[in-house]
Design a protein around this ligand. Structure first.
Ligand code: AMP
Ligand code: ZN
Length: 112
């Protein structure tokens, strides 16, 4: 289920433009609009939830699929030498978009 008010749901539906790099039935991947590394992709499940603690069976099935696909997508888009995955969860983590998303960062050596 998508949420009419959610930015990433609108991106998934094509109501807001995005630089898409990959899409299938369960996930959508696009370039972050304010990249924090040479490569900065966002992978999102095609169902709306903000937090892992809110995910249901469908959400976890989509997340499992996302993690299966990430190695191939990352390698294809410039992260063949490695990458970092980040999932911000809630206020203290600085989560700003409340649709769960996996940041894929790479294309350069990353400071810890
Ligand atoms: P987070 O802070 O973990 O919630 O990450 C949200 C991310 O979404 C940030 O890295 C933003 O730069 C990114 N973002 C916000 N709006 C857009 C947009 N319209 N298209 C692509 N990325 C976006
Ligand atoms: Zn959403």
């Amino acid at each position: 289920m998508l949420d009419k008010e959610c930015l990433f749901c609108k991106i998934i539906e094509g109501k807001i433009p995005s630089a898409k790099v990959y899409e299938d039935q369960k996930m959508y991947v696009f370039n972050d609009i304010a990249p924090k590394a040479k490569v900065h992709l966002l992978a999102v499940p095609k169902t709306h939830f903000a937090l892992l603690s809110e995910a249901d069976g469908e959400g976890f099935s989509m997340l499992s699929h996302i993690f299966e696909k990430i190695p191939q997508i990352a390698a294809e888009y410039g992260c063949e030498k490695g990458y970092r995955l980040v999932i911000n969860q809630g206020e203290d983590a600085g989560q700003t978009v409340h649709h769960l998303h996996v940041h894929i960062l790479g294309g350069q050596p990353l400071d810890w």
